[in-house]
Design a protein around this ligand. Structure first.
Ligand SMILES: NC(=O)c1ccc[n+]([C@@H]2O[C@H](COP(=O)([O-])OP(=O)(O)OC[C@H]3O[C@@H](n4cnc5c(N)ncnc54)[C@H](OP(=O)(O)O)[C@@H]3O)[C@@H](O)[C@H]2O)c1
Length: 239
């Protein structure tokens, strides 16, 4: 009876995770969403009886703290086997390194980096991560130093910087969790270019193709994969 905890589930890739995982009645799903006041119709439509919709604004540490308390009550002693940090934003995508908007960059660091960091930290300290937990930080090819240098036209500098930060966070978490949870595996994942609000109209993949691949990679992870960066196809990505 695996327990999945996913952030950013009201739309996009987070919603697709819930849709696919809810098809098995064995799965308990904690579906986190930034606000319970937003339109959750699509999420409710795909949720299973064992899906719990809980508020978590990953750009706000107090909200993550309340979320963790609620998850502890919901799970009643059970632990999270898969933590999927999917919530993310791409702000000021037209900005290059020569036109960075400080407010946009700060918000992206808050949501794309500090959010996954505090989510892991607070769930760990609440004793809610299983000893073999798999943690997936949803990154991007734009977070790869090598891939970013090849991108034309130049854009998404702030997003790219935040995802490179998330990649480095992944490496740190993969080492720092070892004394606490020796069986934990933490990876960064590039889901490909997917047709969501963030991916935009030019994207090439349907959410079900991307997330089908991501879940195949996730379920095949072994201790050897700890601290690696994967593409949804299972290919390793250069940092
Ligand atoms: N789509 C792609 O091509 C692509 C490529 C590479 C990486 N990614 C990554 O994949 C992840 C999911 O992206 P997506 O394509 O599904 O984007 P999306 O369709 O724009 O959805 C983003 C999700 O993140 C949530 N979110 C944003 N800020 C949040 C916050 N402060 N707290 C909690 N949730 C928040 C949104 O909730 P609200 O509706 O409440 O704002 C929404 O559920 C992101 O980390 C993104 O960087 C996507």
């Amino acid at each position: 009876m695996p327990v999945y905890c996913i952030t950013g589930t009201n739309r996009g890739l987070g919603l697709e995770f819930v849709r696919q995982l809810a098809q098995s009645s064995d799965n308990t799903i904690i579906a986190a969403t930034r606000s319970l006041s937003s339109d959750l119709a699509n999420l409710k439509a795909v949720a299973s009886p064992s899906t719990h919709i809980v508020e978590c604004d990953t750009g706000n540490v107090a909200s993550i703290r309340s979320f963790v308390k609620e998850v502890a009550q919901l799970l009643g002693g059970k632990k999270i086997d898969f933590l999927l940090n999917s919530a993310g934003v791409d702000l000021g995508s037209w900005q290059s390194s020569l036109t960075l908007g400080p407010d946009d960059l700060h918000a992206q660091i808050d949501i794309n980096v500090i959010g996954p960091a505090k989510t892991v930290e607070l769930l760990l300290h609440a004793g809610l991560l299983s000893s073999n937990v798999r943690i997936l930080n949803m990154s991007s090819g734009l977070g790869s130093m090598q891939r970013s240098s090849e991108i034309k036209p130049r854009k998404c500098a702030g997003y790219s910087i935040s995802k490179a930060g998330l990649n480095m966070l992944t490496v740190h978490q993969s080492e720092d969790l070892k004394p606490h949870l020796p069986g934990a595996v933490v990876i960064a994942m590039d889901p490909g270019w997917v047709k969501t609000r963030l991916g935009g109209n030019g994207a090439v993949l349907e959410p079900h193709e991307s997330i089908g691949g991501v879940l195949r990679v996730l379920h095949g992870l072994t201790s050897e994969d700890n601290g690696r960066f994967y593409h949804y196809t299972g290919e390793k990505i250069p940092w």
